[in-house]
Design a protein around this ligand. Sequence first.
Ligand SMILES: [Mn+2]
Length: 585
Amino acid sequence: MTSIAPFSDAPPRILPPPPAEADAVRRALAQDINAPLFVADLLLLRGIRDKEGARAFFLPEPAPTSPDEMLGLSRAVALLTTAREQGERVAVHGDYDVDGVTGAALLYLGLRELGFDADWILPNRFDGGYGLTRRTLDQLKARGAAWVVSVDTGIAAVEETAYAHSLGMRVMITDHHQSPPVLPAAEVILNPNQPGCPYPNKGISGCGVAWRLLEALTAAFAAGADPVAAAKAKALDVGKYLDLLALGSLADNVPLHGENRGLVRAGLRRMASSQNVGLRVLLQRTGIDSTALTSTDILFKVTPLLNATGRMGSPETSLRLFLSVDEREAHQHVDRMEAENVRRRALDQANTAEAFAMVEAGMREDACLVVHSSGWHEGVIGIVAARLVDKYRRPSFVLSVDEHGVAKGSGRTVRGFNLHEALAAHAELFVKWGGHAFACGFSIRQENIPAFREAMIARARIAFAEGPKPAEVAASLRVDLREITGEGLLWLRRFEPFGPRNEAPLFFADHVELYGSVRTVGDKHLKFAVRAGTGSEPLDVIGFNLAHLLERIEGRDRLDKLVFHPEWNVFRGQKKIQLRVVALE
Ligand SMILES: [Mn+2]
């Protein structure tokens, strides 16, 4: 049988942007809001067609929730009011990822400020597993908790809730995950994704639900009969916790439209002057400019540090950071997080090198890579799979086998091989599986690995029978380079935070004039300038890791297509606009 290696260095194919709206519509909107035409296009792409819609989009003020907007919220407020009156201990039970940690932190801190006898706990993924566990519940019981309030977890904890009840504790579930057919018999459940919950934002994060609970509780106390509680509630600005909410929501990849966008945007602004000493120190240590925070800064520089501790087994460090009382303590926690991150990166590199060696030793002809080892760290298999895809450009699965003969696996892929479909077609092989087209996670018994491998390779052979499928870059909108100005970039910033359902737009310009010479910088990068036409202002272009395209453009005077993100570049104190090129033809 001939091997089919979908190994392709072909540059991505550029898919031109969808046709713009009628010129009259675009121009009217642009004129109405006094913005460049591309701003009107971006709004229209988001379904915003008039001035009022634009205003609401650009100034999203998260409106307070009234308790009847979320199923269970008024009951939760009433139950917690009684708990406080009776001096009962309320334990916040988070989860080990950033959403679960920030949510637990903000709820715990808020409850304490409202005068609760509050406690917190996090599960450890290497010691008892995710979410509520018998182990964490036993500990909370021993520490005198009357209430367990879960954050970002618990919607499927039927058995654990019964166990907490058997210990004499009451349970309040706050979660955002899809609810299973049978819900836990908790005293109250807050989850916009449970049947009958009218809360319109089904894409809210776990920390978002916790924040809404704190907000409603604070409002109720402020208006309540207890003068001490009312005074504390009036002194509490729940908005200050939007910084933690923004962090958890971005880390959880929630859709950034509607309410989430407003909350996250407000949170990013609050972050610049955060009242949380731990968060302030964390931002300082990552070296990002906190006055102009973007979702990219958070996702690339902040959440990896927070994740490192959870992945390596001690999410408590992240939570303790947010509970730090002074800078000295906060620095100590960040030191630990950085050390964990170094350890995680070393493991990642070692495991990647091993995986590469395995492929080189006998899988180079496989249309799909399946590698497994008992020595690999479960916290990095996703990254290793992504590196295999990068290097070999074919679907890749990395599995880490544990001492009980069960492997955790993670998959990444290339265009033309849908992971969800591939796993669904062989669901009988897995203990558990989940994922979408481009990423998946699963567990599988060791003895099923060979069958899994065969099945995936066979599928990949069929998928790539016609040869490799080059990557595609889908441009968002066509733009006239003359609109890429300082003012244009200011407008663009107002579309932030970018993320799922509010992606940073990929601009498309055609027939642009090359201006001056094309060169490479630092071996790997490409640098040149373009302009719309004679007499118009040239713009710098940078192509990171695109030096191999030098030959394709050298000596030409025009590019047919340029796809890019416009941004500011600060070099030796000079601020200039540059186009970060994603693809060109
Ligand atoms: Mn979550």
